[in-house]
Design a protein around this ligand. Sequence first.
Ligand code: HEC
Ligand code: HEC
Length: 269
Amino acid sequence: MPYRPPRVTVAGLLLAVATGVAGAQSGTAPADPGRGRGVVVGAGPGGQRQACLACHGLEGRGDPAAGFPRLDGQMATYLYKALADYASGVRPNEIMTPIAKALTEQQRRDVAVHYATQDPTGPGPTGAAARPAGGPEDYGLVQRGAVLSSIGAAEHGVQACQNCHGPDGAGLAPLVPALAGQHEGYLRGQLQAWKAGRRGGDPAGVMAGIARRMDDRDVSAAARYFASLPPAPRSVSGVAAITAVVPEAAGNRTAASGAPAGQRQGDRP
Ligand code: HEC
Ligand code: HEC
């Protein structure tokens, strides 16, 4: 597939480059690019004044080794909710909570739309590519993960992941995230966090209930399986949905598209 430069929202781009921004302090949006560069090179005072791209990358590919998740193409509504959950403390995380708290409402929307509109199917490290080539044990794990996804584990009362996350792990807008192509270590870590009671915010505790009924091998199997799937094209419906959840994001969506919905590659009905 030929490389296509990512389309970005202006505000979301500045945020990804420059977060922790002046606006978080002054209550005004968004940072100027000069300041952003300062933050990128680490000149900003305070641990939370870090650009998103320092860890997630400008295009949202994340870093499998460091445990920084991919955000590219993830539905904007879910990204927005994740930031709100970090900020409110229902999903406590020592890195993301102070970062999310430093964002204004508008900045959360802008940056969610920025990452949601990145194309996750382009070149770059993906969950699958980052994994060393597997032997028989790897194959067994992937197979087990496929069973969990499509059938679940009735013996443990675990329902099929695809009931909510979709058959190809593409997620279901507005709030069930895509798992396909996400970094394996991150997926495993999130399931373990739910098992250990360290992650909240899932509606009705649905993921906590599922993860607690998965043993360590099933956690590894699910993580490896979903990481091995090719990422789904970005969910433009998810970007549209954020405008319903948070209407002020509508302007950014227009800026992000560069073309009317329906003409962009990756649009899905
Ligand atoms: C210092 C590294 C670092 C920086 C800077 C950073 N992140 Fe993160 N981010 C992480 C880590 C680590 C996690 C996983 C935390 C966890 O286990 O919940 C994460 C998780 C997330 C998630 C949750 C993804 C999911 O699938 O649930 C979102 C959304 C996110 N970050 C957005 C941002 C945004 C937006 C910025 C900039 C404003 C940012 N991050 C800056 C390291 C970072
Ligand atoms: C009944 C619906 C439902 C089922 C079934 C389900 N999930 Fe989820 N899952 C969710 C929702 C909703 C979220 C988002 C939680 C939140 O908002 O924090 C989620 C989030 C996740 C995440 C976090 C992704 C991220 O980016 O941080 C992982 C990993 C995950 N699910 C794995 C699984 C696996 C593996 C299975 C099958 C064994 C499964 N889920 C079955 C609804 C479901």
